[in-house]
Design a protein around this ligand. Structure first.
Ligand code: GLU
Length: 468
């Protein structure tokens, strides 16, 4: 059997972590078994489907590298096919027209509720002999078996059984002629030869209904795997309302696709105690057998940890390339300063995201106002004027600008000025970077270059003098 999986989002919102995990599992399962991965957009809910959501779904999948082999198929473009099958089902007696009005159905529902019964359609039209006029509105319902059971072996949860008696005669075509979700999914999975349906556990109740329709069409039943939900950091269901942002927001915040994939895969799937997985490894290891039945909790702390790990371990040229976009987004012109790759080497183990790195590089490329510095009153004071003046004059005379020469120079200055080297360093940090913390200040001076270094020291001298 050639494995074929699908990701079938409804374009009613953005892609969030939960849907991406379903996509990732389906994609990896297909890759693991050299199968095919189909992308299908389930847009028959015309009122709620949005063009923008489709765009954002495609964008998110592309960013993470979850490429599809077929599609995107759009259910809205397959309406003829659904009509054709519904026609056959009407002819074979597997479906029927239901003329009951919304009002009648609601009355029946209330009656059942008042009798303590579970509300469901009373099948009034199932064996209807009466002929209605051709302009009377109707829906089409599936003739669900009324007795027996329907079971399936869920790859994650084991055997799941429903009594047919519990299931309604499902509406498969609305009164406006548009088929419903449960019906379209069945026809699509069938036509697209889907072998494994991997989706969220919120679809478990749909599965027996879908299986019954497939059975009525004498079709093969795919294998189902229902993935548990993801909880947010407050252990609440991850939903579109609480912090489950569009996956593209993670890009904007400076996360790497590698980190996100690694993070998401571990939200429910495991391979021993291993935490770090690259894609090619996952393509060999992934299976449905070790997906957990229990829900997993989202942790930003762990995601940040993984992102930092990947920033530090992926090739610097790759990270530098990505970083360029973040510099651009921050409006930092990298032509105005040092080589980005060299800077990255110096800074990469200090930050968790590419955006943080980009922001921390700004001072290399742009001048900043000294009065904006937090510690201005502690460092830019008359007591330090002679130190800065002395360094300025001596530094100006340096003919060579290497890390060795700069280190020697500042060691020498500490003797000449009778100061601890760290006292000089912190003052230089404030003057040159606007911050009391930075990587090795001599490396920064080296990368900043002589001209900018002198200019900033001079600015600090003027600043202190003007304050006097
Ligand atoms: N369109 C459904 C959703 O977005 C998924 C359907 C399925 O996977 O069968 O929840």
């Amino acid at each position: 059997m050639k494995v074929k999986t699908r990701f079938a989002p409804s374009p009613t919102g953005d892609l969030h972590i939960g849907s991406i995990r379903t996509a990732l599992y389906s994609w990896l399962f297909a890759r693991r078994y050299n199968g095919k991965f189909v992308l299908r957009i389930e847009d028959t809910d015309v009122e709620r489907s949005q063009e923008l959501s489709v765009k954002s779904i495609l964008q998110g999948l592309k960013w993470l590298g979850l490429n599809w082999d077929e599609g995107p198929y759009f259910q809205s473009q397959r309406l003829e096919r659904y009509k054709e099958v519904i026609e056959i089902m009407l002819q074979t007696g597997n479906a029927y027209k239901c003329f009951c009005s919304a009002k009648e159905i609601e009355e029946e529902r209330l009656k059942q509720l008042s009798e303590g019964k579970k509300p469901r359609y009373n099948r009034f039209c199932r064996n209807l002999k009466k002929k209605y006029s051709s302009n009377k509105k109707y829906v089409i319902r599936f003739k669900n078996p009324t007795f027996g059971k329907v079971s399936f072996e869920d790859k994650i949860r084991g055997k799941i059984t429903f009594n047919n008696f519990e299931l309604d005669d499902l509406v498969i075509q609305r009164s406006n002629g548009i088929p419903t979700y449960n019906f379209c999914v069945v026809i699509d999975d069938l036509d697209m030869n889907i072998t494994h349906v991997i989706r969220g556990e919120d679809h478990i109740n749909n599965t027996p209904r879908q299986i019954n329709i497939l059975k009525s069409l004498k079709a093969e039943i795919p294998i189902y795997a229902h993935v548990s939900m993801i909880l947010d950091e407050n252990k609440k269901k991850f939903s579109k309302r609480n912090n489950s942002e569009n996956i593209i927001e993670y890009y904007k915040k400076g996360f790497l696709p590698e980190a996100l994939i690694n993070y998401i895969i571990r939200l429910g799937w495991s391979h021993g105690d291993q935490e770090i997985f690259n894609i090619s490894e996952l393509k060999k290891l992934f299976n449905l057998d070790t997906i957990s039945k229990s829900s997993s909790a989202f942790s930003m702390k762990k995601l940040l940890w993984l992102n930092k790990y990947y920033i530090n371990t992926l090739p610097s040229s790759y990270i530098t390339n990505l970083l360029q976009d973040y510099m651009k987004n921050e409006n930092i012109n990298i032509a105005n300063g040092p080589n980005l790759k060299c800077l990255l080497k110096l800074y990469k183990n200090r930050y968790h995201t590419l955006k943080e790195i980009a922001c921390s590089f700004r001072f290399f490329y742009e001048e900043f106002e000294l009065f904006n510095i937090k510690e201005v009153n502690k460092y830019l004071i008359s007591k330090n004027l002679y130190i800065l003046k002395n360094i300025y004059t001596q530094l100006n005379e340096l003919s060579s600008w290497t890390i060795k020469i700069l280190s020697e120079f500042f060691n020498n200055q500490s003797i000449v000025l009778n100061l601890e080297i760290r006292e000089i360093n912190v003052l230089l940090r404030v003057v040159l970077t606007g911050n009391v913390h930075s990587p090795n200040i001599h490396s920064i001076i080296l990368l900043l270059g002589k001209e900018k270094t002198l200019l900033r020291i001079k600015k600090a001298i003027f600043f202190i003098q003007a304050k006097k």
